[in-house]
Design a binder for this molecule. Structure first.
Ligand code: ADP
Length: 353
């Protein structure tokens, strides 16, 4: 059951920028596809268009090969989970799960059996008699998933489902969602602005920027082969350095990295450098030389240390060094180090935000 979106456009204000502009993509059957982008990129609007909660100005949405652009939301066979729990507060978990099935006029015994099945699916068998106010945020969101799945949807739409939860619960629920998906196999579309969440959870990623598709593909492609400067900067927490091509290499700041094949001598380039793609080397005392960088700031974060480097050109580069490697390095703030760039993504032309 795949989703095909073709040339979808939606403009809320006349003469304004469209929220979604000529968007086409394919969400493969049985996979989790992520719509990834910064706030305002058009992710929620796109999801609402696919759900049938908004009507497009033009374009088409097909679900399982059927054009359903004008099919009402209740008839699209869709389960939706939003960031806010949207559970009925005055109903128990069981009553919340049964609600959608009652409105579909399923026989009472079938409803009871389906509710039991859903509680088991989301591992909340013990909590069926509780009210939403008696559950943790993570448990409430699991009930919201159970409710969305109770109608046996052909498509599951998730709009920042973990956005309101604290980071520990978010990470736990990411793994939980992956195992839930393995058990149900329902084609899923997930909206998130969190690139780590997108890369970890999904098999297919659609990166959106200003209402348009910037790149679509498997997470590895998005991460390793960003198609545009926007994707390179949005995915991976990169630093940007400007420079020029010299003898077939890109010289950016005091660093030298591989240039694109078509690059001409003297041409302007800009490079995106990921924090873990830089190796720091501490020079012997008095051997720093003119290309050494200064350790501006050090910040231990869990298993690694964030290092802010200042190049002699004044530009900054963020580096992440695994804790053990950092301890061996033995540097402190103010020290001089050499930065060895293992990998960088270089684009031709100047860079402007
Ligand atoms: P995202 O989910 O990526 O944060 P949205 O789809 O919510 O982006 O919004 C995309 C753009 O459309 C934003 O500029 C937003 O202000 C605008 N927008 C969204 N919904 C409406 C609406 N109902 N009326 C007017 N403008 C809207």
């Amino acid at each position: 059951m795949s989703v095909v979106v073709e040339h979808l456009t939606k403009q809320f204000t006349q003469g304004g920028t469209p929220a979604v502009s000529d968007v086409s993509f394919h969400a493969p059957s049985g996979a989790i596809t992520t719509l990834l982008g910064p706030s305002g990129a058009g992710k929620s609007t796109l999801l609402r268009l696919i759900a049938g909660l908004e009507l497009p100005d033009s374009g088409r949405v097909s679900i399982a090969g059927v054009d359903c652009t004008h099919v009402p939301v209740q008839q699209r066979g869709i389960g939706v989970v939003f960031q806010s729990y949207a559970l009925f507060k005055h109903m128990t978990v069981r009553q919340n799960l049964a609600f959608g099935l009652e409105t579909r006029k399923l026989p009472k015994r079938e409803i009871e059996a389906r509710v039991d099945e859903m509680l088991q699916l989301v591992q909340l068998e013990e909590l069926g008699g509780r009210y939403p106010g008696q559950l943790s945020g993570g448990q409430r969101q699991r009930v919201a998933f159970a409710r969305a799945l109770a109608i046996r949807p052909q498509l599951l739409l998730l709009d920042e489902p973990f956005g309101a939860l604290d980071s520990r619960v978010r990470v736990e629920l990411r793994e939980w969602l992956q195992s839930l998906h393995e058990r149900t196999g329902v084609t899923t579309l997930l909206v998130t602005h969190d690139q780590e969440e997108a890369l970890e959870i999904s098999q297919h990623v659609v990166v959106l920027s200003d209402g348009r598709v910037a790149q679509a593909g498997p997470p590895e492609d998005i991460y390793d082969r960003p198609a545009t400067p926007f994707v390179a900067s949005f995915v991976g927490g990169t630093s940007v350095l400007r420079g020029r091509v010299h003898s077939g290499r890109a010289e950016v700041g005091t660093l030298v990295v591989e240039a694109p094949q078509s690059a001409q001598e003297g041409e302007a380039v800009h490079a995106f450098i990921r924090p873990h793609d830089v190796k720091l080397v501490k020079p012997a005392q008095g051997q720093e030389g003119p290309t050494a960088s200064r350790v501006e700031r050090l910040k231990p974060v869990g298993g690694y240390v964030k290092v802010l480097l200042k190049l002699p050109t004044g530009e900054s580069v963020s580096v992440e060094v695994p804790r053990a490697e950092f301890d061996n390095l033995g540097v402190v703030e103010g020290d001089s180090v050499h930065a060895d760039v293992r990998m960088a993504k270089v684009f031709l032309g100047d860079y402007s935000i």
